[in-house]
Design a protein. Structure first.
Length: 190
């Protein structure tokens, strides 16, 4: 609760309704911290017959037809999902953008703001962009991406990660803490 009282943004991607049941709905958060921006990410949107279902990237790729499209592109009978969790990544980036817009609106207009996104909406948007013939593209090798990679020591050993693309001189991106087992650190702002 102490963290919530000092937060500018609250982002969650749990099954719809589960965080609200714990007292952290956007309305609860606006009472705890007036002016907060709440970003909610779900699998199948906040409305409709599947709105209360839990899900993750591969499931949404399957039910949305993206997996089938991948299979057709490879001339195979069956599915072939995207080579990364593109819906997770894309929705995360859109959520970060939504949080920034919410902060801007809060600064200009006041109030608390709510941003709703879903993996299925991101998938629908990506499908609307059309197809590329990427199947014939060569596989990327580690040497092709080494300049974009970083490494960090963690409780799991040395981990490689993709560094942020944007490099700003006044606010360079960095990781305060490495990925760690749940409960490794006290719940506080670092």
């Amino acid at each position: 609760m102490d963290l919530a009282k000092s937060a500018d943004v609250f982002i969650q991607g749990y099954k719809p309704g589960s965080i609200a049941a714990k007292g952290f709905s956007p309305y609860d958060m606006a009472e705890i911290r007036p002016g907060i921006v709440c970003v909610e990410i779900s699998a199948f949107s906040h409305e409709g017959p599947w709105s209360t279902r839990r899900g993750f990237d591969s499931i949404v790729q399957t039910v949305s037809g993206i997996g089938r499209e991948g299979g057709l592109a490879k001339n195979q009978d069956g599915m072939s999902h995207l080579p990364c969790q593109a819906l997770d990544h894309g929705t995360g980036y859109l959520g970060a953008f939504g949080a920034m817009v919410g902060i801007l609106k809060q600064r200009r207009e006041g109030g608390s703001w709510r941003v709703r996104l879903s993996l299925s909406q991101t998938g629908h948007w990506l499908k609307s962009l059309g197809r590329l013939d990427a199947i014939s593209a060569p596989d990327i090798k580690e040497c092709d991406v080494k300049d974009y990679m970083g490494q960090v020591d963690s409780p799991y050993g040395r981990i490689s990660y993709t560094r942020p693309v944007a490099q700003l001189s006044d606010t360079p991106p960095y990781w305060t803490l490495p990925p760690s087992p749940f409960g490794s650190y006290e719940a506080k702002w670092h």
